[in-house]
Design a protein around this ligand. Structure first.
Ligand code: ATP
Ligand code: MG
Length: 390
């Protein structure tokens, strides 16, 4: 079945999503706001998206009966979780329009294929080597060290990554990840990190959100800043053009996030793609006239895509479970009332039952008329929450 519904699916139809995490929850909220019904597939009865959806199919991603039930309930299906087995997406695609396509998700699931795709698009990525065998390990060129060994599959938030200085450390690191297929990337001198969200329809129309400047701490996104001059405009244009060509070459339908590095020498290098809305695009909920989640709804429903317009300068602070333990061992609710007393603060919590260090619990969007004002308020909020200044 084609990824494109024959006619736009109008409000009143049911939109299905694979995965019940926070991205699914915010998708469900956006779909429901527009008058759609929603169906979520996630085995966890307490999943953030399952708990707010009209329908919740409580099975694993590979359960044939669960997938059939999701297809029965839904008029079109998308994913919020990039490690959904490609076979499950392919099985659903035989029954209902699915976007993004299994083939595009499969590229994003495997760092080796992803990098080959970047090379095919003519977009530079970090120098790398694929390591699947002991022979390939032994043949790694010395100029890739120091480097980062990344498992080809299933990495997120810096998990499945080991920084290595020498051939001996590389060999030990490959042992430590169980000799699974990996890529070794050269460690690059990063001046800054940024990302671009693009949304592409089945008709080929492609729109984008403004370029996001991202700060990571311990391999996890901490802060996103989006306003004029958040990075050199020429680089921002280059990033948007590269993101669009990556989506185009994949014949991508849906919302795609492309992460980039800007190196000390001012050059732009693509890092990785996520075949779904992304943490770095959350500011769009409050700072743009169309959010990344509404774009996901529009692409899967075959509705028109209009160029998003950012109307406020924005800073997003990620709220990890650590904040609940900022005062020591005992869990404490962060000072939401004090934070919300600041102008232009928008609190988004994902309804997770338990706070744990490193767990994404929510985010705070700060909007303001100017970059200076957004940053000043964000720094005040960060101080109240016990987050490092940036
Ligand atoms: P996520 O999916 O949450 O974005 P991930 O686990 O897939 O993360 P990457 O995006 O590959 O991980 O890397 C996480 C962070 O580690 C990057 O944002 C960057 O700060 C740093 N990093 C990754 N690769 C390199 C590199 N080649 N050189 C320098 N720093 C790097
Ligand atoms: Mg990343």
């Amino acid at each position: 079945m084609s990824a494109r519904p024959a006619a736009p699916l109008l409000p009143g139809a049911t939109l299905g999503v694979l995965g019940g995490g926070q991205l699914g929850r915010m998708f469900v909220h956006a779909a429901q706001a527009m008058g759609y019904f929603t169906a979520v597939l996630d085995a966890d009865p307490d999943s953030p998206a399952g708990r707010v959806s009209h329908h919740h199919v409580r099975t694993g991603y590979e359960d044939p009966a669960g997938l059939a039930e999701l297809a029965r309930l839904s008029d079109a299906i998308t994913t919020e979780f990039e490690n959904v087995p490609a076979a499950s997406l392919a099985a659903l695609a035989a029954l209902r329009p699915v976007s993004p396509a299994a083939s595009a998700v499969a590229v994003a699931q495997n760092r080796a294929e992803e990098k080959a795709h970047f090379v095919g698009c003519g977009v530079p990525c970090a120098p790398y080597a694929v390591i699947e065998t002991a022979a390939q390990l032994a043949a790694v060129p010395a100029e890739l060290l120091p480097g980062i060994l990344k498992t080809a599959r299933m990495g997120y938030d810096g998990k499945g990554q080991v920084r290595v200085q020498s051939a001996a450390e590389l060999s030990a690191a490959w042992q430590s990840v169980g000799q699974v297929p990996c890529v070794l990337e050269k460690m690059l001198p990063l001046a800054l990190e940024c990302s671009v969200i693009v949304a592409r329809g089945a008709d080929g129309a492609c729109v984008h959100l403004p370029v996001q400047r991202n700060l990571h701490r311990d391999g996890i996104l901490a802060v996103t800043e989006v306003y004029e001059q958040n990075m050199p405009p020429a680089l921002a244009h280059q990033a948007v053009a590269a993101a669009k060509s990556i989506a185009e070459e994949l014949q991508y339908v849906g919302v795609l996030c492309v992460e980039f590095f800007v190196l000390d020498d001012g050059s732009l290098v693509v890092n990785e793609i996520a075949p779904r809305p992304h943490n770095s695009g959350h500011y769009s909920q409050n700072a743009c006239d169309v959010s990344q989640f509404e774009l996901q709804v529009r692409t899967m429903a075959g509705l028109p895509l209009t160029p998003p317009r950012q109307h406020s300068a924005a800073v997003m602070l990620n709220l990890l479970g650590d904040l609940w333990f900022a005062q020591g061992e005992a869990e404490q609710t962060p000072p939401w009332a004090a934070v919300l007393a600041l102008p232009g603060t928008h609190l988004h919590l994902y309804g997770k039952r338990e706070a744990k260090p490193g767990r994404k619990m929510g985010h705070l969007n700060i909007t303001a008329p100017s970059a200076e004002a957004a940053r000043a308020t964000a720094l005040q909020a960060a101080a109240l929450l016990g987050l490092e200044p940036f």
